[in-house]
Design a protein around this ligand. Structure first.
Ligand SMILES: [Zn+2]
Length: 121
């Protein structure tokens, strides 16, 4: 039985992997199929592609990291907190970029991230 933290970690890894694979495949398709377009408008194509990838990333992550107990959008709470951290410190604390690395429990209901994901309570 995974804990809540493990669930988030596993899910995040899967999302990251899917995104990398998706981007690489998209790039390959672009290079093979739209070679002329890339040569003529390289920057615009790459820019548009980045926008698409960012949009997908945002859509995938949004609402995904909710608390299993109170359904609080923890990712959004974390983003708000993240913006308060000075830039230099963000880079220094490289192991605390994700909320489950920095917080031990849900900021709204206090559910510990060490608890089982499926436990009712
Ligand atoms: Zn909660």
């Amino acid at each position: 039985m995974p804990t809540i933290r493990e669930h988030y970690e596993r899910d995040f890894k899967r999302v990251k992997f899917a995104l990398i694979v998706g981007t690489v495949v998209l790039m390959l398709v672009l290079m093979v199929r739209f070679n002329d377009l890339m040569r003529a408008h390289g920057y615009i194509v790459v820019f548009a592609l980045s926008a698409v990838v960012m949009g997908v990333l945002f859509g995938v992550i949004r609402g995904r990291y909710r608390c299993p107990r109170c359904a609080a959008d923890i990712q959004r709470l974390w983003n708000r907190e993240w913006k308060q951290i000075p830039l230099a410190q963000r880079f220094a604390d490289s192991g605390r970029h994700m909320f489950w690395q920095s917080w031990v429990s849900c900021p709204q209901c206090g559910t510990k991230f060490d608890e089982d994901w499926d436990a009712k309570g």
